[in-house]
Design a protein around this ligand. Sequence first.
Ligand code: SF4
Length: 118
Amino acid sequence: MKKALLLCVCQGTCPSFKDMNTMEILNRIRREKLVDMVALHPQLCADDGDIFLASFLKDHDITHFFVAGCDYSMQRKMFRDAIENSGFDKSRHYGADIRNMNTDQATDAIKKLISETK
Ligand code: SF4
């Protein structure tokens, strides 16, 4: 059983992410061992993001797939093809909208999502 967290930040240029330290967020989650793996991606909804996602989900025996970035309903639409192509169970994808948050707020939102997920 592996839990994975990806942080996606709209290329790092979107003002919605300007008040957070993304590496610090990932380090906090890592230090508390809340998931088994973390990664930062600049744009999961781009074509190469699709390729990355499909490969990542297919090859890593992931049971819980957390994405912190934009709204969960947007994530579901944008990742639909990649998740289908990977054969991953889409009901195991969980999303946190961390836009317009600072480091502490985004960390708390991710922790809440993880703690509420069975
Ligand atoms: S998946 Fe969401 S957070 Fe990531 S680049 Fe696309 S719109 Fe931005």
